[in-house]
Design a protein around this ligand. Sequence first.
Ligand SMILES: C[S@@+](CC[C@H](N)C(=O)[O-])C[C@H]1O[C@@H](n2cnc3c(N)ncnc32)[C@H](O)[C@@H]1O
Length: 382
Amino acid sequence: MTAVAEPPAGRGGGLRGWILRLLARPEVQARAARLPFGRGMARREGAEIFDILQGFVKSQVLLALVETGALRALLDGPRAPEDLARAAEMPAPRMAALLQGGAALDLLKRRRDGRFALSRRGAVILGVPGLEAMILHNRAFYADMADPVALLRGETETELARFWPYVFGQAGEVAPDVAARYSELMAQSQRLVAEDVLRVVRLSDARVLMDVGGGTGTFVAAALRAHPQLRAMLVDLPEVLGAARPRLAAAGLTGRVTLCPMSFREAGLPEGADTVSLVRVLYDHTDETVRALLTNVHRRLPPGGRLIVAEPMAGGARPEPAGDLYFAFYTMAMGTGRARSAAEIGALCAEAGFDLRQSPRAARPYVTSVLVCEKPAVGRGG
Ligand SMILES: C[S@@+](CC[C@H](N)C(=O)[O-])C[C@H]1O[C@@H](n2cnc3c(N)ncnc32)[C@H](O)[C@@H]1O
């Protein structure tokens, strides 16, 4: 028997620390696995730890299913691996391995005759706007995460910093084709964000909504469609707004939207809005840029004016997977921003002079969380 009664001198954590050190000993694990209660717990923990370990294999199998077109091809009905292998230019046994992996992820169903069909989850992936594009975009993020310690030490020149060139703040340095590439990726997924924001934010008494960093106008268009009394101002870099014009025209909304091509870093924001939205904007930027932007917004709003902040947020005191894993490391790889918790964003808004009005529980934290603030009638921040 191993003596485990005394916490070793000089090691902290109290009783909990002592139990954790106990669990970290191989002989204790071996003994627990022989007891009925301990066996169940050890198995569950083991399976979950293995799942973390193989997380990157899961996401790479998903990438391959999308990139080879295999997932989409199955929309037309079940197919044999040999069939799909030809189109994907790979040996049939390799395609069979990919499809088998897809079935293990419950994205596909393996049939008795050896063919594979789409599962419900696989079909959902094809139906969610922008999801296939996000999955393909994961290639850049994956490359940046290849050496996570180097990334954490800031030693990596990342692909995501190249993908989002504006993060370092050079005015006028975003090439039009680069802006078009990131705007397209954002526009597709912005439909989901707009759904979640408009579900919780009341805009029925708003007159003019200014969407800052609004991209090609998907959020503005959704807000205008839902609220006939509303007009909008769309603020973004000139290279981005070029693509907004035809989109808004196609939606029949040109007459209700004023385009404001500018950098929010350079000059004061335009006047005239009673509501400002920052949708997936703050997490791209440093605290310094965020402070300046929030002060700028506060200055432009009238007393009683509202600020809507919507983006995936970190969990803060209650860490959560989307904000503290995917978005925390994604923004780290971008180089300047960070996923902040609702409390941190609320504190930055309060510093700029806003009162927090609404912080609803997010329906889909991996899509967005939302905060609503108000400029108080007697201003405190300018
Ligand atoms: C992550 S995208 C989000 C776009 C859109 N709000 C959405 O949720 O799809 C950030 C947006 O902020 C814009 N942006 C970045 N820096 C900016 C600046 N200095 N002035 C104006 N817009 C800026 C980018 O061009 C981009 O459209």
